[in-house]
Design a protein around this ligand. Structure first.
Ligand SMILES: [Zn+2]
Ligand SMILES: [Zn+2]
Ligand SMILES: [Zn+2]
Length: 229
């Protein structure tokens, strides 16, 4: 149902430093922020739009991360973040990151279903519900579901951002230390891409191509510091 709201943002936002005439002070700002798009103020609208854009990237990433972490976990002692689901005899281990992606996806799928029903839209199942929802955001903001939708998207994106993406992690770097095997300056250090993954140090000289374990790398660092290497 469309509700044209010309009053304050339905999320109860206030303007910092601006006060109602009845304000008695000791307050960071209590004057309600007016709506800008539908029932949302500009700031809430922008945050939800940014949140949906982030989710188009973060959800598939959490699925990849979750699979990798689960593979790591099944080879190592359980880290308390993995869960068995389905038939335990199949040994399907799922990581919290994967489950979170699953929950977010199903939240968003529900909204897609809702918008399709109310706007009388039909179509095929979709891969990326966040991407699908983006162009419908002005319409959603104008309905009485704006507050709930904004709250859920912002919560989902907050949870998704608890896990690092590859871009948050430092990139691989060339090391100014000779390879202990071939003596070429060709070592590359790649930091862990997810928790539990070891760092990787490899020689990029094709004839050597030695890959060092973390213990060996610690030795190389020590020698380099001592000026021996
Ligand atoms: Zn105030
Ligand atoms: Zn607001
Ligand atoms: Zn080498």
């Amino acid at each position: 149902m469309i509700v044209h709201n010309t009053g304050p943002c339905v999320r109860g936002c206030t303007i910092r430093g601006e006060h109602n005439p009845t304000c008695e002070g000791e307050c960071r700002g209590c004057l309600p922020r007016p709506t800008a798009i539908g029932n949302l103020c500009q700031s809430c609208y922008n945050r939800v739009e940014y949140g949906l854009t982030e989710l188009t990237v973060r959800v598939p990433w959490l699925e990849i991360l979750g699979r990798n972490l689960a593979m790591n976990a099944s080879a190592a002692p359980q880290d308390g973040e993995t869960f068995m689901r389905g038939d335990p005899s199949e040994g399907s281990v799922l990581h919290a990151a994967f489950l979170r992606a699953d929950e977010i996806r199903s939240d968003l799928d529900n909204w897609v279903g809702d918008v399709r029903d109310k706007r009388n839209l039909h179509g095929d199942p979709i891969d990326d519900p966040a991407k699908w929802l983006l162009p419908h955001l002005p319409w959603i903001a104008d309905t009485d579901a704006a507050e709930t939708f904004a709250g859920e998207v912002l919560r989902d994106v907050g949870q998704a951002m608890a896990w690092p993406t590859p871009a948050d992690v430092e990139p691989s770097k060339h090391l100014d230390v000779p390879c202990p095997r071939c003596a070429t300056i060709a070592l590359v250090y790649t930091p862990p891409r997810w928790e539990g993954q070891p760092a990787r140090v490899e020689c990029t000289e094709p004839d050597c191509a030695r890959v060092y374990t973390e213990d060996e790398w610690d030795e190389i660092k020590k020698l380099a510091l001592l000026g021996v290497a």
